[in-house]
Design a protein around this ligand. Structure first.
Ligand code: TRP
Length: 448
């Protein structure tokens, strides 16, 4: 056997997997969903979803991936015993790979905006006003240039391999992300107006819980843990047999949820500081401005109301967003690249260039037809495909895969696991509870 690439250590894996999980979903999606879903009650439901649905589904991906030591298509085929299940495995695997690529194609556009705003904090400081306004104004040229730049960054890391690219950069960038996040929280919570935001964020009003909130929280949890499309499966495939999967999976889930919670401590008070400073934070219909306008109008207007400190704050904030995006986008690109590199004779570098160019092409098509395609692709991939693929992965782990092989894989790296709660609960849970709960939440959201 030729040696397959691996993470060099447990920490390397945790940094990379947490890097994948922590992204725009945590720092933008979670706080704004919280703010527009009534505050702290959403936080409580989200944490339940992360623990009771997303963590078990994450475990299904990690276990299948490490057992098969392969991409999603090959892995699902390997654990399928018969011809029919193998055919379904191929279908599900390819769907996952395609959805991962589509998620990257819109993610790269949004991440490109972050890079543009990051540069703007520099051009404003040195007084290049016309450049600054070009950077912060929506235009096809700007969008294309920064999407291309971001894709190039993503590709250059993925081309350098698992240990030399993904692990190395995740290990460098994740600590920076945490330092920036905490510094920003300290700054923002000392500003006038912040305490109103903190109260909304931290004091739950359970009358706010309704079916729509539950489905939003589930979608958010699946997106945030990068589930359904084989990202965690492929990262699991680079883990050693001597590591305990339930523990590593729990660590990644906890880190991801804590960073989402921490990001809320920044964004929600920031919204209220902006309001205090006179910015428009609610739309005409009385709803909180939560979409791109929040990040690209409300917060920038807050930064500029802070005087010269605001430029530094803007620089830190958009660095945070860029770093968070990059450690996520590399995990999306790794999904199709691993498939191509493993199943064809082309090496990793060539696979990265070819697939990166295809994703760049899809992003360009989205940019040309922005009104038509942007929201459509986001909904198709995150609202519909991710939960349904998550159900399929639970079914493969729980029903298709031979029971004893599954249990042996869980034991590997965790010899005394039979005494644990995980061993007693998860194998049944992933068969019955996970698929039923995900489907139920999904169906009620589609019919509602
Ligand atoms: N989880 C990341 C975020 O919160 C995004 C992400 C990375 C992702 N890989 C993924 C989402 C795979 C869905 C599927 O921003």
């Amino acid at each position: 056997m030729s040696s397959r690439e691996q993470f060099s250590s447990k920490t390397g894996f945790v940094m990379a997997a947490a890097g994948s999980a922590i992204g725009l979903g945590n720092i933008w999606g979670f706080p704004t969903q919280t703010a527009s879903n009534g505050g702290a009650a959403f936080v409580v439901v989200y944490f339940s979803m992360a623990l009771f649905l997303a963590y078990p589904a994450l475990m299904a991906e990690l276990i299948i991936g490490r057992y098969a030591r392969a991409n999603m298509v090959t892995a699902l085929r390997l654990i399928s015993p018969g011809a029919a299940s193998k055919a379904i495995a191929t279908g599900v695997g390819f769907t996952g790979v395609i959805i991962a690529s589509l998620i990257l194609s819109f993610y790269a556009i949004v991440a490109g905006w972050m890079v543009a705003f990051l540069l703007e904090s520099i051009t404003s400081t040195i007084g290049l006003d016309s450049v600054s306004s070009w950077l912060t104004t929506f235009s096809f040229e700007r969008n294309m240039i920064f999407m291309a730049l971001f894709m190039t960054l993503t590709m250059s890391i993925v081309a350098s391999g698992v240990e030399g690219g993904i692990e190395k950069w995740s290990t460098r960038l994740m600590p920076m992300l945490i330092v920036i996040l905490i510094s920003l929280i300290i700054y923002v919570t000392t500003q006038e107006g912040a305490s109103e935001g903190l109260e909304i964020y931290l004091v739950p009003d359970f009358s706010q819980i309704n079916p729509a909130l539950i489905i939003d929280a589930m979608g958010q949890a699946f997106f945030s843990l990068s589930l359904g499309v084989g990202t965690m499966l492929i990262y699991g495939s680079y883990l050693g047999k001597d590591e305990s999967l339930p523990k590593l999976g729990a660590a990644v889930t906890l880190i991801d949820a804590s960073i989402a919670f921490t990001a809320g401590l920044l964004i929600i008070p920031a919204i209220y500081v902006a309001k205090y400073n006179g910015a428009e934070v609610f739309s005409d219909s009385g709803l909180l401005i939560a979409g791109p306008d929040l990040i690209f109008q409300v917060l920038p207007s807050l930064f500029s109301s802070m005087g010269s400190a605001g430029l530094l704050v803007a620089f830190a904030f958009f660095s945070l967003m860029t770093i968070a995006s990059l450690t996520s986008s590399i995990s999306m690109l790794e999904v199709p690249v691993a498939l191509a590199a493993e199943e064809t004779s082309s090496g990793r570098v060539k696979a990265t260039i070819v697939i990166g160019s295809i994703v760049f092409g899809i992003s360009s098509i989205i940019l040309v037809n922005f009104e038509l395609l942007f929201d459509f692709v986001i909904n198709l991939t995150t609202v519909y495909s991710q939960p349904l693929l998550g159900v399929m992965l639970c079914i493969f782990a729980g029903w298709v895969w031979h029971r004893n092989t599954l249990l042996k894989e869980i034991q590997s790296g965790h010899p005394d696991i039979e005494k644990s709660l995980f061993w007693k609960i998860w194998p049944h849970y992933v068969r019955f509870v996970c698929p039923v709960l995900i489907l139920a939440a999904f169906i009620q959201s589609v019919v509602a």
